[in-house]
Design a binder for this molecule. Sequence first.
Ligand SMILES: [Fe+2]
Length: 222
Amino acid sequence: MAQKSMQDLFNEELEDLYDAEKQIVKALPKVAEAVESEELRNALEEHLEQTKQHVTRLEQVFQSIGREAKAKKCEGMKGLLEEGENVISELDKSPVRDAALIAAAQKVEHYEISGYGTLRTFAQLLGHDEAVELLEETLEEEKEADEKLTDIAESEINIEAAEGEEGEEMEGEEEAAGGVSGRGGSSAQGSQSRGGNSSAKSTPTKKKAPKTSTAGHRSSGR
Ligand SMILES: [Fe+2]
């Protein structure tokens, strides 16, 4: 068994995350293109620009500790991104696919949050003050990106995805009830416009999907 110092470990984790960020830069355009929701697409495109900055910021971290930027294949990120690709190839465009892509994107975010949290803590331990600041900055952006995905999921996409299912089973009923409209498409708040409060089925629904993300962002690196 080999011995490693904390500095070695820091270097390795840094190389791993550097590779992970580069993989994300490559993968994100395809995901953004695949989603149906415009709001989600905008968020992903915005995060792509941020991610490019994260790559640059990691290069600054390397520089700040006097090392050359080097990427070490991040197998974890590779697997997560492959899962996202599978969602795109296996499902047709729909709110449910968007919900699945948000789930995949949040796994990516959580991986990064964990990575940056750990690196930041190691940097503190090793007295790399400049690195601490740089890592902290990105860590905050990753958390914000994760929260934004939760917001989009909960305010729009999960609801539409769940309504699609409801809509199918209620089709007949509503017509019978006089065809109150307002179902179609993008009304995220559609439940009021649905009309048929006559139908017992229409009320108890999954209006609020469970939180997409509840995991402890704080769990890492403390
Ligand atoms: Fe990032």
